[in-house]
Design a protein around this ligand. Sequence first.
Ligand code: NAD
Length: 326
Amino acid sequence: MTQGNMLSPTVKLNSGHDMPLVGFGCWKVNNDTCADQIYNAIKAGYRLFDGACDYGNERECGDGIARAIKDGIVTRSDLFIVSKLWCTYHEKERVAQACKKSLQDWRLDYFDLYLVHFPVALKYVDFAVKYPPELEDEFGAVLPFGSATNQETWTAMEALVDVGLARSIGVSNYNSQSIMDLLRYARIQPATLQIEHHPYLAQERLVKYATEQGIQITAYSSFGPASFMELQFKMAQKCGPLLEDGGVKTIAQRHGKTSAQVLLRWATQRGVAVIPKSNHLTRLKENLDCCTFDLEEGDMEYLNGLDRGLRFNDFVHYGYNVPVFA
Ligand code: NAD
């Protein structure tokens, strides 16, 4: 480890494993710069990397990690690597196959955490035909639903733990109803729930329910519209940048921190893990340093009051008429 670098605090998952509270998100990290970014993030002190088959950059993430291990900056056991099962691989015979393909790309023999990316099964697309398949087949036609139930998929996820391909398993984009159902049949409880979570979409009741079940929450898109402005989402452009909110900026100034750190601290102070993504070294370091100060009660109240139920990461906003969150 590089001397003097900050490391994230960790939380104990219900699987018994420790997970860093602050990690690095790999979505939209460009393939040509990805290996370097992962390498630099490790040098800056990041230990958790949140990837997915769907991000299309797992090989490059693996390159960055291999280089950091080779250079003696970290060992495999210092790292906490997360990947996600894409919707086209929900059938029981596909789950391990998809996990092994991702592991091969990362050049790892186990994931610290493997998540069901969405509670939506889409028709299988052969790995050799299109990878990652996203939401369309090789001819650009929107994929129809697959036949797997969430129970079938979860049972196959549990088998990954049994054979050591994943140390912990969890879910993403599940609502309370799907979790209630899952808990009826789960032999292994989901360790984490990864959801869109920022002051514009606090999902307070879901966070409370899942936390009460012993499931650790991880927030994605902590800066709200910022990530979706990049994608030219009209609703993101319309609502105005959360990072520029006057109240957020005032809180940041009072604490001698940045707006980004305030938004991340709003989550981590309540025990919610965060996985911000940045391409810039200064921001990378700044984001990791979001647990070293405390927001006051009034700050939290202000941030809680910004909730507008604004969900950006919905299939429908990408032009696919799959009402996942309806
Ligand atoms: P994010 O909230 O981390 O925001 C990224 C945007 O904020 C970028 O535009 C970046 O330039 C900017 N930014 C980053 N740090 C900043 C700083 N300190 N100051 C100012 N601007 C800053 O968005 P995200 O990438 O959507 O979410 C983070 C991660 O969550 C993803 O990379 C991915 O790993 C995960 N994720 C998961 C899902 C899911 O369905 N499970 C969906 C979306 C994202």
